[in-house]
Design a protein. Structure first.
Length: 228
């Protein structure tokens, strides 16, 4: 059972549906009790770091997430919350600090938000991207990017300059893009994470094919979603 951290993040239902398509069991976790007995954790996220951290702290989830040793995947804002500090809004917000690094604005002159499909460039082999070819396009929607030690970077993308698109330290990993909106590649990434948690997808290939047909190979819908 994958626990989906429920703190009001806008893309929780999208992630929930993506796991349903894979046949992977999940449940919402609005409190630390929801993490008990889980095989892995996904921290979704859309929006800003400061209110997200307040919500996690108020629910008692921040401490539980810092302490867990379960496989743990942060998505978009969820990845940004895994590092130590966010500079979003011109102020420093203390984040979970389970991965080294900080979240910063894109350099001046780079268009934001970075919204749309972009290519992943593999930095090192990692189970997180197993079966996903180098150069695969995935869907991004964000205005800030993580800076972290090179040893933590699994893959990059380029928007103005290269930035970490996937990171890992031990059992904690993050992706800046939205796998739940990234067609077959995103389904493979979620299926791989689920398998690492001992929750193999019932039929990852069929789920990916269905997702490809439904997306038609075009851009994922972004209307009404706030970038992270």
């Amino acid at each position: 059972m994958i626990a989906l951290v429920d703190y009001g993040a806008g893309n929780l239902r999208s992630v929930e549906l993506a796991l349903e398509r894979l046949g992977v069991p999940s449940r919402r976790a609005p409190s630390p009790a929801g993490l008990e007995g889980a095989s892995g954790i996904i921290l979704p996220g859309v929006g800003a770091a400061a209110p997200a951290m307040r919500a996690l702290e108020d629910a008692g989830l921040a401490a539980a997430l810092r302490e867990t040793r379960l496989p743990f995947l942060g998505i978009c804002l969820g990845m940004q919350l895994l590092v130590e500090v966010s500079e979003e809004g011109g102020e420093e917000t203390a984040c979970l600090g389970v991965l080294p690094g900080r979240t910063r604005a894109f350099p001046e002159g780079v268009r934001v938000p970075h919204t749309g499909w972009n290519a992943l460039e593999r930095v090192r082999d990692d189970a997180l991207l197993e079966g996903v070819p180098a150069g695969t396009h995935v869907f991004f929607n964000h205005s800030f990017r993580v800076e972290c030690p090179e040893a933590a970077v699994v893959a990059t993308a380029t928007h103005g300059r290269p930035f970490p698109a996937a990171i890992r330290a031990g059992t904690r990993a993050g992706v800046q893009f939205h796998p739940e909106k990234s067609g077959p590649a995103g389904q493979r990434i979620l299926a791989g994470f689920a398998a690492a948690c001992g929750e193999p997808a019932a039929d990852a290939g069929s789920a990916a094919a269905r997702d490809a047909r439904s997306s038609g190979g075009g851009p994922a819908p972004a209307a009404g979603r706030e970038p992270c």
